[in-house]
Design a protein around this ligand. Structure first.
Ligand code: FAD
Length: 475
């Protein structure tokens, strides 16, 4: 540590980096420490994947649109920033969700949690699964638990417990919204560790899910009263509210956008950062929050960082379309629908955005959001924006009978944006972290590519890295 005021740097100004900066500043200030803090972001604006657009009275999310209310880190942050009254929940009149099966929309049976049945009567009545598929899923109630507790793929686990039909027709399309991945390549322990824990504790996944449902009211106790009944929550003016709140709280910090970091290496007891324009700086502590393929390049001097290259990222696109209410030929009483791979359509899901989130469209208007791209369906980047719009419209016409031309359409291309945690991810990360602590003490690497992709998980990881850096500074 130098004798001057220590200089800490956060690389990446997405939600992980901004949260890391916020909690590092808060902690060091509470300890009366003097410090200099910089956030370096390659793009011209902060927020990373979060991008809210206001257009003609619509609130349009071009990246993430909401978060799971039961996950505390984001709610705690909203309170910390004085933004709790800005939170809003989903429209209770649009709770239904549909899944496409053979070109028709089928209502998702009530009681499914992450696609796992917790109420057997509606599940047994659904037309989504064949009679044999239902019997196979119910075998979960009798099947013994797996003895080995080593990692396995999410797909293998779910097929083993519930059978192929439930996996392919319900769970995989549902989880595509989070990972856009091939469930047979995703790590169970890194994505849904609770499933494995339930199997070990209750033997059956269905019984485990039923037992954990009893705690739902406890899980929402931390929420402001006006959103307590909502599973998903967002901000009335969009997720940009959170980014703006963080930037306001970080006003005294050196906020540097439009500067890309190229390399990171040891410089005695400090760390040297080389920038893409060729200049370099020495810092006393660093938190790196860029996507893992970028972080691996910056850490080329650390052999253990090669594991970060093994984390694949899927590219996805969104086609968001606005319509006049009078042109919509269906009820707006659902949040949207999911499309399994076997349907052979371009879109993977569609959210009836303005039905689910009432604040997103002006009166008399409707907003729809179509999702494109998942593992194994990565041909779409070759298409132009107009082609993507026309393919999304074609699917919507077939499924919902919507012929009208949109008032406008916004296409977002999120290239290499969804990390795919491979089987053995947690063990590989632990080895990487041990090696990093030896070769680059004072450097912490985190973000969506590590321990959770959701916004609350990113905030948690940013905070954890900030505390680790502050702890090191105390030692
Ligand atoms: P990022 O947001 O990717 O930030 C990393 C930053 O690093 C970027 O700003 C980038 O420009 C910067 N950077 C890169 N290279 C350099 C460099 N060399 N030097 C300096 N800076 C650099 N989660 C939810 O909870 N709810 C949702 O509804 C939801 N929907 C999603 C929809 C989509 C389409 C996608 C792609 C993700 C969604 N997610 C959602 C996940 C969530 O949005 C992300 O996991 C999260 O925003 C990632 O934050 P991050 O800060 O870790 O990374």
């Amino acid at each position: 540590m130098s004798t001057q005021t220590p200089h800490y740097m956060i690389v990446g100004g997405g939600i992980t980096g901004l949260s890391a900066a916020y909690y590092l500043k808060k902690r060091l200030e509470s300890e009366g420490k003097s410090f200099r803090l910089s956030i370096v972001e390659k793009s011209p604006i902060f927020g990373g994947k979060i991008h809210t657009l206001e257009r003609d009275g619509f609130v349009i999310e071009k990246g993430p649109d909401s978060f799971l209310a039961r996950k505390r880190p984001i709610i705690d942050l909203a309170y910390d920033l004085g933004l709790e009254n800005e939170l809003t929940g989903t429209n209770p009149a649009a709770k239904k969700t549909y899944i496409v099966r053979q070109g028709k929309l089928h209502r998702m049976p009530p009681g499914l949690v992450l696609g796992i049945p917790t109420q057997m009567t509606p599940f047994m009545k659904t037309g989504l699964i064949s009679p044999w598929g239902k019997v196979r899923a119910a075998m979960d109630l009798m099947k013994p638990k797996r003895e080995a507790v080593t990692d396995e793929s999410l797909g293998h686990f779910l097929e083993r417990r519930l059978g192929k039909e439930v996996l392919e027709r319900i769970v995989e399309p549902l989880l595509a919204g989070i990972y856009a991945g091939d469930t047979f390549k995703l790590s169970l322990k890194a994505t849904f560790p609770q499933f494995g824990t339930m199997e070990q504790k209750h033997r059956s996944l269905i019984l485990g899910m039923m037992a954990s449902r009893k705690n739902v009211s406890e899980e929402s106790a931390h929420l402001p009263a006006h959103v307590r009944n909502s599973v998903f929550v967002t901000f009335k003016k969009g997720l940009q509210t959170l980014v703006s709140g963080l930037l306001e709280a970080l006003q005294a910090v050196d906020l540097r956008s439009g500067e890309g970091v190229a390399g990171i290496k040891k410089a005695g007891r400090q760390t040297e950062i080389t920038f893409e324009d060729g200049h370099s700086e020495i810092v006393d502590g660093l938190i790196l929050t860029t996507p893992t393929h970028q972080s691996a390049r910056m850490l080329a001097h650390v052999p253990a960082a090669s594991v970060l290259q093994n984390i694949d990222y899927i590219s996805v696109a969104n086609v968001i379309m606005a319509f006049d209410r009078k042109d919509i030929p269906f009820e707006l009483d659902a949040s949207g629908f999911l499309v399994p791979r076997s349907e052979g359509l371009t879109i993977t899901a569609c959210t009836l955005t303005s039905a689910k989130w009432l604040h997103t469209a002006p009166d008399g208007k409707v907003l729809l959001r179509c999702y494109i791209g998942r593992s194994g369906e990565q041909e779409w980047p070759k298409l132009s924006d107009d082609e993507l719009i026309s393919k999304a419209r074609e699917d919507i016409r077939k499924l919902l009978g919507l012929e009208a031309k949109p008032l406008f359409a916004e296409v977002t291309r999120l290239m290499h944006s969804m990390p795919q945690y491979p089987v053995g991810h947690l063990e590989q990360l632990a080895q990487f972290r041990d090696a990093l602590a030896v070769s680059l003490p004072g450097v912490f690497v985190t973000g969506a590519g590590f321990h959770g992709v959701g916004l609350p998980d990113c905030i948690r990881q940013g905070k954890e890295a900030a505390w680790q850096l502050a702890d090191l500074n105390e030692a």
